[in-house]
Design a protein around this ligand. Structure first.
Ligand SMILES: NC(=O)c1ccc[n+]([C@@H]2O[C@H](COP(=O)([O-])OP(=O)(O)OC[C@H]3O[C@@H](n4cnc5c(N)ncnc54)[C@H](O)[C@@H]3O)[C@@H](O)[C@H]2O)c1
Length: 246
């Protein structure tokens, strides 16, 4: 069995690639400039993606992990940054689905996992086009599941919460990390291994009847809205106390 992981040179993608290799896959990674021994490929360029697909050959698994973000208030997002985020996060995944997924149809099966984010279902203020791009990738996940399910190809999404990686070094401040971890019901940030465990499940026979789904691997943080709202009598839930309503 063969797998391809985009953005596999570092961060979550590198750990996912190692995990799939440990699961027994022959793994190829794609990344910009061939970083980290990857096949060089800018997934935003369909010509490069088609070339990479020819180089790599048929695969059973595609993990669309490569993604980028640009911080800006909505009114300040430049057209260039908007295009860059949509180009990699949406068009890039689309090109890979076409180039690596279409041959799966002829082979009668395969599994695709798209790396979204908790920013797909939730507004993420200050990150420009990122939420919109991940919501689009979630919609694409569902479309692939419905169109290609009858031909044996499953497609699911994994949505990480905050996972420290080279790409999130802007969260390196220990105090910022502590505050972010305290907001998570499981009281810690995610690790690339947390994400890789779920990707591993979603490309395995154990998830043979799972398609068109999004699994949020975020320690529960995406479920905490109600904890912020006042309860009757003006009380709020007090996560810091950890013992119940205050
Ligand atoms: N780390 C987090 O907190 C977090 C949270 C939610 C979602 N995610 C998603 O997980 C994925 C991986 O995130 P990460 O934190 O490991 O990022 P990262 O920046 O550490 O690594 C991303 C990798 O993708 C590659 N890449 C970027 N653009 C590319 C392109 N056009 N073509 C090929 N490769 C490209 C980069 O070179 C890099 O090696 C992304 O899709 C990201 O949106 C991450």
């Amino acid at each position: 069995m063969r797998a391809v992981v985009t953005g596999g040179a570092r961060g979550i993608g590198a750990v996912v690639a190692d995990r799939l290799a440990a699961d027994g896959f022959e793994v190829v990674t794609l990344d910009l400039d061939g970083a980290g021994g990857s096949v060089p490929c800018d997934i935003g360029d369909p010509v490069q993606v088609r070339g990479a697909a020819e180089t790599v050959g048929p695969v059973d698994v595609l993990v669309n992990n490569a993604g980028i973000w640009r911080f800006a208030a909505l009114e300040d997002v430049s057209p260039e940054d908007f295009d860059a985020v949509m180009r990699t996060n949406v068009a890039g995944a689309f090109h890979c689905i076409q180039a690596f997924g279409t041959p799966m149809l002829a082979r009668g099966g395969g599994a695709i996992v798209n790396m979204i984010s908790i920013a797909a279902p939730l507004a993420d203020p200050g990150v420009g086009a990122y939420s919109a791009s991940k919501a689009a990738l979630l919609a694409l996940t569902r479309q692939v599941a419905v169109e290609w399910g009858p031909r044996g190809v499953r497609c699911n999404a994994v949505g990480p919460g905050l996972v420290p990686t080279p790409g999130t070094s802007f969260y390196d401040d220990p105090e910022v990390r502590r505050v972010r971890a305290d907001a998570v019901p499981l009281r810690r940030l995610g690790t690339p291994n947390d994400i890789a465990d779920v990707v591993s499940f979603l490309v395995s026979p154990q998830s043979a009847y799972v398609t068109g789904q999004a699994i949020y691997v975020d320690g529960g943080v995406s479920q905490t809205l109600m904890e912020l709202l006042p309860k009757p009598g003006g009380r709020t839930w007090a996560p810091a106390a950890g013992s119940g309503p205050s």
